[in-house]
Design a binder for this molecule. Structure first.
Ligand SMILES: Cc1cc2nc3c(=O)[nH]c(=O)nc-3n(C[C@H](O)[C@H](O)[C@H](O)COP(=O)(O)O)c2cc1C
Length: 342
């Protein structure tokens, strides 16, 4: 059997294979007040039918002005829980496990009247000027992350991923190019993320793993590199992160000398570096939708899990198709579709 098709366990989370649906905002016209609806239901349940071991729901925000756009999902109110629970139950019925990516867009909240962030610099010259959070407000946001995580647990999610990448709030705090604060959240660049990890961990059951997406390198002029990431992520690991989902970039600013890659597997060496540097399991992501390459990522030990994004937008059955290519008839389709493979 393929390495990609092997089961995987992290704390009490048991996955039937190593394939993860990467979190992807739907910016769905129908999303109202952060509530998932029929679009999200069909979209995510289809990928569960399609054989993914773990589905991570798109960036889901801790307050309305923490959304990138007003079409994004949220967990800022107890009223959100039933709609998420309906989604979680459907995904479970089709044999997949499910997590949610909890986030705050910070200065990249495009629809907020005045976005907030560690400072008042916009992420791009034509972007809205953010307002710098006070120390008290930053502390209050940590509590909002924990409240959203508690609701995720109530809704039945199997795991939680914190969005620490792509230039959103946790990333903004950890970036020396963005965070110029002089308070506790600036003197220690990992402080905000560490506080969030600790607070979220406290509301999660002990056997539920906590994942964190990180941008391992920044591409802006003067952006940080792997050494800085390893320092930040070792603090997050010590605070309670079980696995890092290794991405890169997204911070905004003028593109520097290091450009984002756009070739198959471009972030895989970053995943390996985080895994080796910190001794933690990692999820790799980024143009890994060629099944042989996804297989290589796991079989080589570069990554423990492989996340597929755009490949799963194009094909809800990506996971099953990939395993069919690698394992032949050993990869069984859902009973309802078996006649297609006789
Ligand atoms: C439409 C779309 C929405 C995305 N939304 C998110 C998101 O909510 N959170 C996140 O961490 N990454 C997001 N991403 C990035 C993907 O999760 C993934 O990391 C990226 O697309 C690279 O993987 P791929 O080559 O398999 O698509 C998004 C990507 C796309 C195409």
């Amino acid at each position: 059997m393929s390495a990609l098709g092997q089961p995987y366990q992290l704390r009490g989370l048991k996955l039937k294979n190593r394939i993860v649906m990467s979190p992807m905002c739907q910016y769905s016209v129908e999303a109202e007040d952060g509530q998932p609806n029929d679009w999200h239901f069909v979209h995510y349940a289809s990928r569960a039918v399609g054989g993914a071991g773990l589905i991570i729901l798109e960036m889901t925000d801790v307050e309305p002005d923490g959304r990138i756009s007003n079409r994004d999902l949220g967990l800022w109110s107890d009223d959100h829980v039933p709609a998420f629970r309906r989604l979680v139950d459907a995904i479970h019925r089709h044999g997949a496990k499910v997590g949610v990516q909890i986030a705050h867009a910070g200065r990249k909240a495009l629809d907020a009247a005045t976005p907030v962030g560690p400072g008042d610099e916009p992420f791009a010259p034509d972007a809205k000027k953010p307002r710098a959070l006070t120390t008290e407000e930053a502390r209050a946001l940590v509590v909002k992350f924990a409240d959203a995580a508690r609701r995720a647990v109530e809704a039945g999610f199997d795991t939680i991923e914190l969005h620490g990448a792509h230039g959103y709030l946790i990333h903004q705090f950890q970036s020396p190019g963005i965070n110029k604060r002089t308070d506790e959240f600036g003197r220690d660049l990992s402080r905000f993320g560490v506080e969030v990890v600790r607070a979220v961990r406290q509301v999660m059951p002990a056997d539920m793993p906590l994942l964190m997406r990180t941008s391992a390198v920044e591409y802006m002029e003067g952006g940080y590199g792997l050494d800085h990431t390893l320092k930040m992520c070792s603090a997050y690991r010590d605070a309670g992160v079980d696995l890092f989902d290794v991405s890169s970039g997204g911070e905004g600013g003028k593109p520097g000398p290091t450009q984002p890659g756009n070739y198959p597997g471009y972030q895989l060496p970053l995943a390996r570096a985080v895994k080796d540097g910190l001794g933690v399991p990692v999820m790799a992501v980024g143009m890994l939708d060629e099944p042989a390459l996804a297989e290589y990522a796991v079989a080589s030990g570069d990554a423990d899990l492989v996340a597929v994004g755009r490949g799963m937008l194009r094909n809800p059955y990506w996971a099953f198709d990939a395993l069919r290519k690698l394992d032949g008839a050993d990869a069984a389709p859902p009973a309802q579709y078996q006649r297609a493979y006789l």
